[in-house]
Structure formats: structure tokens, C-alpha cells
Design a protein around this ligand. Structure first.
Ligand code: ZN
Length: 247
């Protein structure tokens, strides 16, 4: 009897340890400013009032032109983290983004959760997307943003081997359903959280994000009223490098 209860205790303890480890790995996989290997950025440390607007997914035939028209109207350059498969499906829209002078980033080929992919799959997802982005004429730097922000071991390892920076974000209004429902709340969330060096994430490329598209002009206007300059991710990273070098 006594022996049996001892075993029950041991098994319970082992289960708890395994659960804690799994929860720990899950937490690690979604951290915005830490990964096991290589450089990761969720915002930059600067006193300069610069902010990067970043748009994930697509490009889609339905919304690319509308988004580009808004950015053009305000003379803003943004960073589009595009999906390789969608670049291949909509090359003329990808090319319009390039020709308008925006930055493109790699957001994988098929948008899987990459935290448990093999190194070969990781390489394939990233390299096919690089090739698709280059094929539409983009020549600038190509940063990487993991789908769902998820990464664990193989992805950071690959990115470090290839000297690629993982670009995350520090402002994400659409995470909260009650904020995402109203353009004015999206704007307010961005303003409440904006600070020098912030990276804002919005999804503008799909039908479900009408409120985000409606919020975009006001986000730009209000951030500028507060003295912010809107820059691409590469410009933001160079501000950070300059600031660090000047210290
Ligand atoms: Zn995405």
C-alpha cells in the first residue's frame, strides 16, 4: 500500500515536470525578444522618434493596390512580410509593392508553424520565398518574420547560420478581438503603445481585416502629429546601429 502511493507520487511528479517543460518550450517558441540562436528584434532602443509599420501576409490581388494607394498618399514607406506562395500567385502585385519602393521581408513559403519543422523544411520554406521575392525584382535586404511569431530550435539555428535577423513586433492591435473590431480602437491602441523604435504589426491583405485598413490612414496621421517618422525595418535597424555606435 505504502509502496503503491510512493509510485503514484513519483509518476505525478514526472508528469508535472514534463508538463512544465512543454509549457516552457511553448512559451519560448512565442517570445518576441528572445530566441536560442541569432539576432531577434521586436523594437529598437533609440531616442529618435521613428516607428516601422509592418504588414504581414499576402500579397493579395484584392487589397494590395488599396494599401499601396494609402501609403502613396502619405508618402510612407512600409515593410511587407510576404508569403512566398502568394508572391508566386500574385507576382504583379508583389512587383507593385517593389516598384513603389517599399521593403519586402520573408514570411515563409506556406505560413506553417515553424517551431517543430526539420532543418530541411525550414531551409526550403525560406529559400523558395527568397527566390520568389527576388524574381519580382526586389533587391534590398530580406529580413525574416516567422509565421505566428513561432520559432524554437531549427528556425533560429538556420537564421543564425545565414546571418538573418528575425524581425518581430512590439505593437499588435489585432490580437485583441475587441480592439480589432473598431478602427478607432486600433488607432488608440497603437498610439497608447507607440514609443521611439516601435514595430507595429497589422494584417491588411485579407477581407477580414477591413477595420485595420480603415485604421491605417489615421494611424499614419496621428503618429506624425506626435512627431514620429515612419520608416522601413531596415531604416529602423540602422538607426539602432547608429545610436549604439555613437555611445
Ligand atoms: Zn502571417
Amino acid at each position: 500500500m505504502k509502496r503503491a502511493s510512493k509510485w503514484i507520487l513519483r509518476i505525478t511528479l514526472a508528469i508535472l515536470i514534463i508538463m512544465a517543460a512543454l509549457i516552457g518550450l511553448w512559451q519560448l517558441s512565442k517570445m518576441r525578444s528572445y530566441q536560442l540562436f541569432g539576432e531577434i528584434v521586436s523594437s529598437v532602443d533609440t531616442h529618435e522618434k521613428v516607428i516601422a509599420l509592418t504588414f504581414d501576409d499576402g500579397p493579395t490581388a484584392a487589397y494590395t493596390n488599396e494599401i499601396l494607394a494609402i501609403l502613396d498618399q502619405y508618402g510612407v514607406k512600409a515593410t511587407f512580410f510576404v508569403i512566398g506562395r502568394e508572391v508566386e500567385e500574385n507576382p504583379e502585385h508583389a512587383r507593385s509593392i517593389v516598384e513603389a519602393g517599399h521593403e519586402l521581408g520573408n514570411h515563409s513559403w506556406s505560413h506553417p508553424n515553424m517551431s517543430l519543422l526539420s532543418l530541411d523544411r525550414v531551409a526550403d520554406e525560406i529559400e523558395r520565398t527568397d527566390a520568389a521575392i527576388r524574381a519580382v525584382g526586389y533587391e534590398g535586404e530580406l529580413h525574416f518574420r516567422p509565421p505566428f511569431g513561432k520559432k524554437l530550435l531549427t528556425l533560429p539555428w538556420y537564421l543564425r547560420q545565414h546571418n538573418r535577423t528575425t524581425v518581430m513586433w512590439d505593437i499588435e492591435p489585432e490580437t485583441y478581438a475587441e480592439i480589432a473590431a473598431e478602427p478607432s480602437r486600433i488607432v488608440q491602441h497603437v498610439l497608447d503603445n507607440a514609443r521611439p523604435g516601435s514595430i507595429v504589426l497589422l494584417h491588411l491583405m485579407y477581407e477580414s481585416r477591413e477595420t485595420s485598413r480603415q485604421a491605417l490612414p489615421t494611424i499614419i496621421e496621428r503618429l506624425r502629429e506626435q512627431g514620429y517618422k515612419l520608416v522601413t525595418v531596415s531604416e529602423l535597424l540602422s538607426v539602432s546601429a547608429f545610436a549604439a555606435g555613437g555611445r
